[in-house]
Design a protein around this ligand. Structure first.
Ligand SMILES: [Fe+2]
Ligand SMILES: [Fe+2]
Length: 221
């Protein structure tokens, strides 16, 4: 197991303690029968496999979009795409660890995507990140909660919160192109190696999602 995954599971242990304490003070809101739990457990692994596919594809496509942005003279947007690609890769590794931990099969995939102009890609990616953050991951999180699968829940939660930030970074980049203010875009990004959380310019001392120390962040500049 690599360092990042060890970090993920260390983070999971810490989160479990927090969850346990929180749950002791709070009655469970979702009451499920044994059959519903079984269905939710199976569905959670299927969801993790689908999420893994999405994150693998995003890793590859954002790497290609970074090259395209550089070729169009958008250096700061190329940096952003590289950082986001690294974040999606971390999500995919976390999801993979959860699938393997549950004895599931990790899908073999060939990423499929089309390289368009950077402006077109940013529009697509804003919609894609918004869908993941606001529809797909919240849905998967509910099922994982029903299944009582805490590692899946943590991995999905890291991804969901990160995708919301990616959407905002892509919004900012597209505005930079549209309003001809590219020089105001960040020229440095940071990615948390445990959860993929992505920061620009001034990162905090600890990651807001996984509490990883800031000196472990991967830097893109
Ligand atoms: Fe992701
Ligand atoms: Fe993302």
């Amino acid at each position: 197991m690599n360092k990042a995954l060890l970090g993920f599971f260390a983070c999971f242990t810490a989160a479990s303690c927090l969850l346990t304490t929180a749950c002791e003070n709070k009655k469970p809101e979702i009451k499920t029968s044994t059959n519903q739990m079984k269905d939710a457990s199976t569905k959670t692994i299927e969801n993790m496999q689908a999420a893994y596919k999405g994150e693998r594809t995003a890793t590859a496509k954002y790497e290609a979009f970074s090259k395209k942005a550089e070729s169009e003279g958008y250096h700061n947007i190329a940096l952003l795409y590289n950082a986001v690609s690294a974040a999606e890769n971390i999500h995919s590794m976390n999801h993979k660890a959860v699938i393997e931990d549950a004895g599931g099969t990790v899908p073999v995939i060939t990423p499929e995507y089309k390289v368009k102009t950077t402006k077109e890609s940013l529009s697509d990616d804003i919609n894609g990140e918004a869908y993941e953050a606001q529809v797909m991951y919240p849905d998967f999180l509910k099922t994982a909660e029903m299944a009582g699968n805490q590692t899946a829940h943590l991995s999905l939660s890291f991804a969901q919160k990160t995708e919301q930030k990616h959407k905002l970074f892509f919004d900012q980049a597209l505005s930079g192109i549209n309003s001809n203010t590219l020089n105001t875009l960040p020229s440095k990004y940071y990615v948390c190696p445990v959860c993929g959380n992505t920061y620009a310019t001034n990162p905090p001392k600890h990651c807001d999602f996984s509490f990883t120390e800031g000196d472990k962040f991967i830097v893109f500049q």
